[in-house]
Design a binder for this molecule. Structure first.
Ligand code: PLP
Length: 361
């Protein structure tokens, strides 16, 4: 048996071991099918069942109401930065973007190529360390939609509750916190997320879209970029990422067996608090995000110097704690501790932090 290390990668990220084991067991031949899941038609009855399980799993875990479609697309969350405005930002309208980190900025950049996109609030000045208060939002009540990023993966800053946006559809890039806790889906017009952090491997993007928004889509979009193509064809207009959808279905099954999102959230908060408590216990480590905006998925912190941060990440890797180097755009240390990341890994990191400070503080 090959030893598994603690994988703190921001994504693609650690997957549940029971999911990997089941996929391994059935890799050559799905029970009763005699072929690998990668070898079967996406139009087969077997795959119908797999994609049905994936959708049912997400619907059950997230409590997705019946008037929402669940799509399995490709192109990553990054393609959604374009598809959202192409489908939902009319030529005579405008959209509001609330910027709490690097990914929101990228989403805004693509929206601006399509039409008028306003910054309703940006936390850039403080280095994206917090979520704006409701009174800081300059929202246009006539906006086509309001876009947020519920968890900014790079900065480690997370919305704890949705902003009030009235009747304007709220759109959320939930790539790095989907399935980490329960969310009131009915408060959103559209939620999108790349699978590769909490749902499965890269190459699948989940889009949850409220049915009435489809009526706003202009005619003339390229077929693959029009949400209606995918709702009408149940994500099977072209060949989807069959393998990715299969793993996503297994991840949903694993989550349900663990007790669903409420149980997962409790575990995630406990895991994150182990590391945040270690950060707060000393002035050697400095958390990036304001305490009430801290992400439970991506814990970001600094050391007294970049040189020490480099040494920290290198020595941690040597001890089987991999992927702790912060994103190249902001530096520092980032511990990504998604659903499948084990509590023992957080404890191991805390021990390593204490030891590192003793030797270098
Ligand atoms: C919050 C967020 N949005 C968007 C992306 C981009 O996702 P993708 O690589 O699937 O396009 C990421 C990737 O890390 C992310 O964390």
């Amino acid at each position: 048996m090959t030893e598994r290390i603690f994988n703190f990668s921001a994504g693609p990220a650690v997957l549940p071991v029971p999911v990997l084991e089941e996929a391994q067991r059935d890799l050559l031949s799905l029970p009763g099918v005699g072929m690998s899941v990668m070898e079967i038609s996406h139009r087969s009855k077997t795959f119908d069942e797999i994609i049905g399980n994936a959708e049912a799993g997400l619907r059950e875990l997230l409590g997705i109401p019946a008037n929402y479609h669940v799509l399995f697309l490709q192109g990553g969350a990054s393609l959604q930065f374009s598809m959202v405005p192409m489908n939902l930002l009319p030529p005579d309208g405008s959209a509001d973007y609330i910027l709490t980190g690097s990914w929101g900025k990228k989403a805004l950049k693509e929206a601006k190529r399509v039409g008028a996109a306003n910054i309703a609030a940006t936390m850039a000045d403080g280095g994206f360390t917090r979520i704006p208060g409701q009174d800081e939002l300059q929202l246009n009540p006539k906006a086509a939609y309001v876009h947020i990023t519920s968890n900014e993966t790079i900065e480690g800053v997370e919305w704890k509750t949705e902003p009030g946006v009235g009747d304007v559809p709220l759109i959320n890039d939930a790539s790095s916190d989907i399935l980490s806790h329960k969310i009131p889906v009915e408060k959103y017009g559209l939620i999108y997320a790349g699978a590769q952090k909490n749902m499965g491997p890269s190459g699948v993007t989940v889009v949850i879209i409220r049915d009435d928004l489809l009526q706003r889509i202009p005619d003339g979009l390229h077929t693959m970029l029009d949400y209606r193509t995918h709702t009408e064809n149940k994500s099977l207009y072209n060949t989807p990422n069959t393998w990715g959808i299969y793993i996503l279905a297994l991840v949903c099954k694993w989550l349900k067996e663990k007790g669903g999102l409420a149980a997962m959230e409790r575990e995630n908060i406990e895991k994150a608090n182990l590391i945040y408590d270690a950060i707060d216990a000393t002035s050697f480590y400095r958390g990036h995000a304001d305490p009430d905006c801290r992400s439970i998925m991506n814990v970001t912190f600094r050391l007294p110097s970049e040189e020490l941060e480099k040494r920290f990440a290198t020595q941690a890797t040597a001890q089987g704690l991999d992927g702790l180097k912060g994103h190249r755009s902001v530096g520092g240390i980032r511990a990504s501790i998604y659903n499948a990341f084990p509590r023992e890994g957080c404890q191991a990191l805390v021990s390593f932090m204490r030891d590192f400070e003793r030797k270098n503080g």
